[in-house]
Structure formats: structure tokens, C-alpha cells
Design a protein around this ligand. Structure first.
Ligand SMILES: Nc1ncnc2c1ncn2[C@@H]1O[C@H](COP(=O)(O)OP(=O)(O)OP(=O)(O)O)[C@@H](O)[C@H]1O
Ligand SMILES: [Mg+2]
Length: 258
């Protein structure tokens, strides 16, 4: 089992005007690890993910992925390097079918260019075959095979969450960033998504997970980092973090546990 560092954030800072949303945060994620990022509302968790995925540029500090600095790369280039992300508020194409959403997620993995597509040549056909196989495989693993040709807007909330995870999965990432994948879901659906995350993790994909549901985190995470007012206030194994005074304090009166 490899334990090399996959992702590293070095002294990351993000300011919005005078407000420091992320304040000197450093962390590492090792390959195959499941790291949870927790903290009260507004702690800077989603902003941290945006710094990693390239949606926002850090005011200071650097993100390294597989030893390479990602600084300044646009999100699609970062995604192509094997770093996929889901959003707190899902970003799906509602009017399109499930399969078409997934196919769009796979575009960046295909090799054929403009001329290949125009001539429908061997490379293009090869890509189409790979695309089809990949979409079917992902549909299966996210449990949406029966909904393949349904329009996304007609899916239930939990099915849309499955699809959002599928969109990340189809880009064949080494690391997935999941921002509150079960936010707003009832317990039964939360459990189903938890099982899906566990299954994906078991295939060797490292996962960074933002969640408010402590029971789920305690159950899933190898390690936890805690943010409060943009700063990392604790880090460690779930049991360590749960017993940490500063963490308990940060959560007092603010807990949004399910
Ligand atoms: N694009 C932006 N412009 C200005 N301020 C922002 C922007 N994005 C986030 N913020 C602010 O940065 C702080 C951290 O926000 P962030 O979304 O990271 O919180 P969070 O930890 O994800 O909270 P939650 O648990 O509610 O999702 C908040 O005060 C938020 O209002
Ligand atoms: Mg958030």
C-alpha cells in the first residue's frame, strides 16, 4: 500500500476584501486516504476546495498535486491531472439525460481532436467505444443503470447526488473532493451515499470529504482536519479530534449534526 503524498496544501491563504476565508492552512492527503474536512458554517471548507480545484486562486500559498504545483492552472487542466470535485450545490445539466451528463464528464479523457471527429476515423471510433464502456461502468457503480436515459431534472435528490459523484468518478481521478455529498438528505439516503463513497474509496481512490454529519465522518474518515474562521485548529484520527477541546469549543452551539 503506497503512502506517498498525493495532495499538499502549503500555507494557503484566501482573502475576500479584508476577510480571510482561509488563513494559513497546510495539510496533506496521502494516496488512497480518506480525509474529512469539518468545521462550523463559514469556516472556509468550500473555499479551501476551490483553492485546490483551481476555481479560486490562493492569495498566498501553493497547492501541490503529485508533487507538482497547481498554481494558476484552470479547473479543467487540474481535473485532467486526476483531481475531481463535486459541489455543495450540484452542478448538473438538468435538461440532459443521465448518460449525456456522464459523457460530458468524460470528454477530457478522450484523445481524438477536431479532425478525428470530422472524419470519424479509427481514433474517433476508439474514443466512442471507450466512452460507451466507461459510461456503462460508471452508471453501474453509482447505481443508476435503470435511469440511464432519464432527464436529470426528473431524478430524486439522492439520485442527483449519485450522478454528481459519477461525474467526478468518470474523469478517472486519483483524488475526489466531495463537498457535503449528503447535505440535506434523510438518514436512509445518507447511508446509501456513505456506502457508495466507501465502495469508491475501496477501489483505491483517495477522498477528501466535507461533511457536517459527525456520525458519518467518524465512521468513514482515516483522518480529520478541522477549520474554524479559516484556520486549521485541529488534525488527527477521528477519536483524537472528537476529544479535542478546541474542536468541542468551535462546535458548541453551532453543531449541525444529523
Ligand atoms: N466568492 C466569495 N466572495 C466573498 N466571500 C466568500 C466567497 N466565497 C466564500 N466567501 C466567504 O468565505 C467564508 C468561508 O466560506 P465557505 O463557503 O468556505 O464556508 P464553509 O466552511 O464551506 O461553510 P458551510 O459549512 O456553510 O458550507 C464565508 O464567510 C463566506 O461568506
Ligand atoms: Mg461549504
Amino acid at each position: 500500500m503506497a503512502h506517498k503524498v498525493l495532495l499538499e496544501g502549503a500555507s494557503l491563504v484566501k482573502c475576500f476584501g479584508g476577510m480571510q476565508a482561509v488563513n494559513d492552512v497546510s495539510f496533506q492527503v496521502r494516496s488512497g486516504e480518506m480525509l474529512a474536512v469539518i468545521g462550523p458554517n463559514g469556516a472556509g471548507k468550500s473555499v479551501l476546495f476551490s483553492l485546490i480545484s483551481g476555481l479560486l486562486r490562493p492569495t498566498a500559498g501553493t497547492v501541490f498535486f503529485q508533487g507538482e504545483p497547481l498554481s494558476g492552472l484552470p479547473p479543467h487542466r487540474i481535473s485532467r491531472k486526476g483531481l475531481a470535485r463535486t459541489f455543495q450545490h450540484t452542478a448538473l445539466f438538468e435538461e440532459l439525460q443521465v448518460v449525456h451528463n456522464l459523457a460530458l464528464g468524460y470528454q477530457k479523457r478522450t484523445r481524438s481532436g477536431y479532425w478525428d471527429t470530422l472524419w470519424r476515423n479509427a481514433r474517433w471510433r476508439d474514443d466512442q467505444d471507450r466512452l460507451q464502456r466507461k459510461v456503462l461502468a460508471v452508471l453501474e457503480s453509482i447505481g443508476l443503470t435503470a435511469k440511464a436515459t432519464h432527464t436529470v431534472g426528473t431524478l430524486s435528490q439522492v439520485e442527483q447526488r449519485r450522478l454528481a459523484i459519477g461525474m467526478a468518478l468518470i474523469s478517472e481521478p486519483a483524488l475526489m473532493l466531495l463537498d457535503e455529498p449528503t447535505g440535506g438528505l434523510i438518514q436512509e439516503d445518507t447511508d446509501a451515499i456513505t456506502r457508495l463513497i466507501r465502495t469508491i474509496h475501496a477501489t483505491g481512490i483517495a477522498i477528501c470529504l466535507i461533511e457536517h454529519k459527525m456520525r458519518m465522518i467518524m465512521d468513514l474518515a482515516d483522518r480529520i482536519i478541522v477549520l474554524n474562521h479559516g484556520r486549521k485548529i485541529a488534525e488527527g484520527r477521528p477519536a483524537q479530534v472528537a476529544a479535542d477541546e478546541s474542536v468541542i469549543e468551535a462546535y458548541l452551539g453551532k453543531k449541525r449534526d444529523a
